[in-house]
Ligand binder design. Structure first.
Ligand code: GRG
Length: 318
């Protein structure tokens, strides 16, 4: 699995395989409840199951597997991270925030289930994430003290030190004309980066990674998190977001501060390439074992530079 992942077809197959694994595990977890036909369960399933790329939980699996953890130990944590991500998208789409009609190419949860039910589905997914991480199943694979540390880490990434804090400043910075690059980065690191960083760190810790290894994948995760948001902003600014991936339609015409809006698209692309090189440098020591993590970083960046990951290989050393 970890070796020989060198070309785009192999990466696509890998991403599809891992994504299907995570979707099946999420389905299983959400099946366990009695009364699953009630609207709240339908709204939760609608928010988390169809359409997501599953990049965060795939990162958890890839990092955990790099350091030798079995998938069965990683899956509850990977699924919890995807639940937190899905909650954040449902809430972000609500009229009080971005007021979007479309998410992942389909109607947003509040358009289908109403605002109250969508709000509750987001709340339920967020809570469920921590319920799952502290479940007997998870504790059978991972020592309870470590589970507590991982819950501490994910709640930090989801809370005011991460997602919520980043989103709050993003809201305040809307329509401001003089938002500087440091502020944009501050927002990105929390709103998008914190959960991506937590995804790799949690995978590594489930696997019992040594401090030096945890340090390396943490630096990889920090850079990838920033790169992910810059790439997303470039795709938005250049109108490249596709209906199958992340199509959104918003009533919210408010102007957001983004990397391309502050430094321009060419400079944002240069920054992306630099971040990719830094990601790859951190993984150099693992050789082919880190092929999935390297390929994911290339994939995230390449979409915003050339539209594919193959053409990047001539410019970036791995
Ligand atoms: C509501 C507390 C709270 C936070 C919301 C996630 C978020 C913060 C806002 C969503 C809008 C946005 C542009 C976020 C940046 C991160 C991002 C690009 C999310 C989309 O992630 P993908 O592309 O989505 O991984 P899929 O659909 O593939 O899961």
């Amino acid at each position: 699995m970890n070796s020989g992942l060198v070309n785009k077809i192999e990466l696509d197959e890998y991403l599809q395989r891992q994504s299907a694994l995570i979707t099946r595990a999420l389905e299983d977890y959400l099946q366990k409840y009695p009364g699953k036909s009630q609207t709240i369960f339908q709204a939760m399933r609608y928010g988390v199951l169809p359409g997501g790329k599953r990049i965060r939980p795939i990162l958890t699996l890839a990092t955990g597997e790099l350091f030798g953890a079995p998938q069965s130990s990683l899956l509850p944590f990977a699924c919890a991270i995807e639940m937190v991500h899905a909650y954040s998208l449902i809430h972000d789409d609500l009229p009080a925030l971005d007021d979007d009609d479309l998410r992942r190419g389909a109607a947003t949860a509040h358009r289908v289930f109403g605002e109250g039910m969508a709000l509750l589905a987001g709340d339920a997914l967020l809570t469920e994430a921590f319920h799952l991480m502290s479940s007997p199943d998870a504790m059978r694979c991972v020592a309870p003290e470590l589970v507590v540390r991982l819950i501490h880490e994910l709640s930090h990434a989801a809370g005011v030190g991460g997602l919520v804090g980043g989103q709050a400043l993003d809201l305040e910075a809307e329509n401001e004309n003089d938002v500087d690059l440091a502020t944009v980065e501050w927002i990105h690191v929390r709103k998008t980066g914190a959960l991506i960083l937590a995804s790799v760190r949690i995978g590594a810790q489930v696997a019992g990674a040594q401090p030096a290894d945890l340090g390396r994948v943490s630096r990889y995760g920090e850079r990838l998190g920033l790169a992910f948001q810059i790439a997303d902003d470039i795709l938005d600014a250049s109108g490249q977001t596709t209906a199958g991936e992340g199509a959104e339609s918003s009533h919210n015409e408010r102007k957001k501060a983004t990397y391309p809006s502050v430094v321009g698209i060419p400079q944002a692309r240069e920054t992306l390439k630099e971040l990719l090189q830094l990601c790859l440098d951190e993984l150099a020591t693992y050789g082919a074992q880190a092929a999935p993590l390297k390929a994911i970083a290339r994939h995230v960046v390449a979409r915003a530079i050339h539209g594919d990951s193959k053409s990047l290989s001539e410019e970036i050393n791995s």
